[in-house]
Write a protein that binds this ligand. Structure first.
Ligand code: ATP
Length: 308
């Protein structure tokens, strides 16, 4: 379990993390989302004590990271995949970490197998591709068999097979009851793997929610329906959990809480003619853009770039 309370980090006059309060619970994958510069990496660095909060606090499994006597057994983290000695082999890099915690050589071999690095374990880690480096970082994170696993952009640089592997790994770790905290920019990826979402923008929590709630909040699962007699259709559709809105004088209504099929069946049962019946689904990507629009610091120009 990770618990942040009023977590704040300032670098000079730049507030990177601004009073974050959230809880990451065991047994589910929690996605940590936000645009570039939102403060995700800074938050993760504070979780494992690589940066000190300006104010507030964050604990892992009930204690500050530095207070754990054997931190690799508490929390495994992949933050900067390249934080390795480039001249050391992958095996020796993991052995060096293992020595600090009395972890066996057998466990090192186990995480090498688990991350698919068998054939390159003897090679210099400095010559690794981005994807291989990510796998090595994940091997290091899992080395101590920790209860909490925290990965910053783990799919970065991975090929499609690697992306699928990460997806299955995260789901399996959560199913074992571990706390899994993963940052990403890739909404589509998070939609497949995360149950819980913490969305940040400019260092603040914008949403602490589920994938489903985020999409619903952004107007997902709305059905647009047009009828000759919208007032009568409203009455027919009314019920618990159903919301109907529309402009006076318009034949068109927006309905949430009923599927297009249910609306069609109810209208037919009352002999009401429909002119339109459209299910409007909002993707997680759209919901995210909607939520973070105000918080995006780095906007690209939409103008095509032409050679001068
Ligand atoms: N050591 C530092 N010194 C000064 N400013 C910093 C430092 N580290 C981060 N920042 C600033 O704090 C803000 C948050 O950065 P951070 O890297 O945590 O964001 P992020 O959400 O991880 O972004 P990205 O998705 O691009 O990795 C940014 O504006 C960044 O420039």
């Amino acid at each position: 379990m990770i618990e942040a309370r009023g977590l704040t980090k300032r670098y000079g006059d730049k507030t990177a993390v601004d009073g974050l309060t959230f809880t990451v619970r065991p047994g589910v994958v929690t996605g940590f989302l936000g645009p570039n510069g939102a403060g995700k990496s800074t938050t993760m660095r504070m979780i494992i004590g690589l940066d000190a909060p300006t104010s507030g606090a964050v604990t892992v499994n009930g204690r500050r990271y530095a207070r754990h006597s054997a931190p690799l057994h508490e929390v495994g983290a992949l933050l900067e995949a390249r934080s390795i000695h480039p001249g050391r082999s992958a095996f020796n890099h993991l052995m060096a970490l293992a020595y600090t915690h009395g972890i066996s050589r057998a466990r090192v071999t186990e995480v090498i197998d688990l991350t698919g690095l068998q054939s390159v374990a003897g090679r210099r880690a400095g010559a690794f591709s981005l994807g291989m480096g990510q796998r090595l970082g994940i091997a290091a994170a899992l080395l101590g068999d920790p209860q909490t696993v925290m990965l910053d952009e783990p799919v970065n640089g991975l090929d499609p097979e690697g992306v699928l592997w990460i997806r299955n790994l995260l789901t399996a770790l959560a199913a074992e009851g571990r706390t899994v905290f993963v940052s990403s920019h890739l909404m589509s990826e998070m939609a497949l793997v995360a149950d819980h979402l913490i969305v940040v923008g400019r260092g603040r929590v914008l949403a602490d929610t589920t994938v489903r709630e985020l999409v619903t909040h952004a107007g997902g699962d709305t059905v647009v329906v047009a009828a000759a007699d919208p007032a009568q259709l409203r009455q027919v559709l009314a019920g618990p959990g159903v919301e109907v809105s529309g402009h006076p004088g318009s034949e068109q209504l927006s309905v949430t809480g009923l599927s297009a099929r249910e609306i069609g069946l109810k209208a037919a049962a009352h002999g009401l003619a429909l002119f339109e019946l459209t299910a409007k689904t909002v993707s997680l990507e759209e919901a995210f853009m909607d939520l973070t629009r105000e918080s995006v610091e780095y906007h690209a120009s939409s103008t095509p770039v032409r050679a001068a």
